[in-house]
Design a protein. Structure first.
Length: 338
């Protein structure tokens, strides 16, 4: 969104909105004030000439003023809601613009890198060690491309509620251990520690496909936004009377308080990394929050500040079974399978 010229501040939507509200409110106050002055003057005349008040002021005058005041209030409320909608639309447009710019950069950078490597292979004879080194770098670029494309596809699946798999009842501790084992090569630089002090089974109905996406994005963030020599992610299961929580605690760069309030919004990209080539797509944590909500869970984040790591928490209420939006779940619930 373009920054307005300070010399043309009077064209800013906020200023125009404030002036409109002020003008309408002033009109209402002046109208009522003028009416009361005229009424007072007429009452003096009526007292002087012994005229009945009903002959001058209809009995419904007060009701008319009340109705008119309510109508003006409704108009003011309508203008206010329209303004809020406009501001949200502008903000969404700005976020989408930033997303398109950053995502295009995320796609273009590895493609350019791959092109350079391939041109090097064609034009210059290379030692086997150099070929091996360059090939490893090319695989990293391909993984980066695949990750970004997968996020877009996953976003489309979630928003269309086409999840591609059925609901199953899973032991979340076992599920996490299996996930880490299956994706050991993908997160080979990440030290993962799973802790379950209570020894609970934590069995819940989940959509395994969506849960894989949620975990992938949390694990990727623990590596992407980390400046430690050895990125570490501690997964802690906690059991309470009314809820169960799963804490994902990393030793990364942390999250600002301002970012913590907005970090799960679609396309939002906080200032979490000074490296502009690693800005991300702004979709990872939005997918985490969306998938948690689909299961009836809640995602939140906390951090002690920059450089002190972040803790992403998935809260699972005990009071109700997770309401995964899948017809198969409701069928199983009706049959009391769970």
């Amino acid at each position: 969104m373009q920054i307005l010229n300070p010399s043309r501040w009077y064209l800013h939507p906020v200023f125009i909105f404030a002036c409109s509200i002020f003008a309408l409110a002033t009109f209402l106050v002046l109208t009522v004030s003028l009416y009361m002055e005229i009424r007072s003057a007429l009452e003096i005349v009526m007292l002087k000439f012994n005229i009945e008040p009903q002959a001058i002021f209809p009995s419904k005058t007060g009701m008319t003023i009340l109705v008119l005041s309510l109508l003006i209030f409704v108009v003011l409320a309508g203008i206010f809601l329209a303004f809020i909608y406009y501001q949200k639309t502008v903000n969404l447009f700005r976020l989408q613009h930033n997303f398109i710019y950053n995502f295009t950069h995320e796609l273009k950078t590895p493609v350019t890198s791959l092109r350079l490597y391939l041109e090097t292979f064609i034009r210059h004879p290379l030692d086997p060690e150099d070929v091996k080194k360059y090939s490893a770098d090319m695989l990293k670029d391909i993984d980066r491309l695949t990750e970004n494309i997968d996020r877009i596809l996953n976003l489309a699946r979630i928003e269309s509620q086409n999840f591609g798999s059925k609901v199953t009842r899973e032991n979340l501790v076992v599920f996490l251990k299996t996930f880490c084992r299956k994706n050991a090569s993908l997160f080979r630089g990440l030290d993962v520690r799973i802790k379950n002090p209570s020894g609970g089974r934590f069995e819940y109905p989940v959509n395994a496909f969506l849960l894989d996406i949620l975990l992938t994005n949390i694990f990727s963030n623990a590596i992407r936004y980390n400046e430690s020599r050895t990125p570490c992610l501690t997964i802690l299961f906690k059991s309470y009377l009314q809820k169960v929580t799963i804490d994902f605690i990393d030793n990364g760069i942390g999250v600002n308080k301002e970012d913590a309030k907005k970090i799960f919004r679609k396309f939002y990209q906080g200032d979490r990394n000074n490296n502009q080539t690693n800005t991300g797509s702004g979709l990872g944590l939005y997918l985490v929050s969306s998938i948690a909500a689909i299961h009836g869970w809640r995602a939140s984040v906390s951090s002690e500040g920059k450089g002190k790591g972040a803790k992403f928490t998935i809260t699972i209420p005990r009071a109700s079974i997770a309401s995964v939006r899948d017809k198969e779940l409701w069928k199983r619930l009706k049959k009391n399978v769970f």
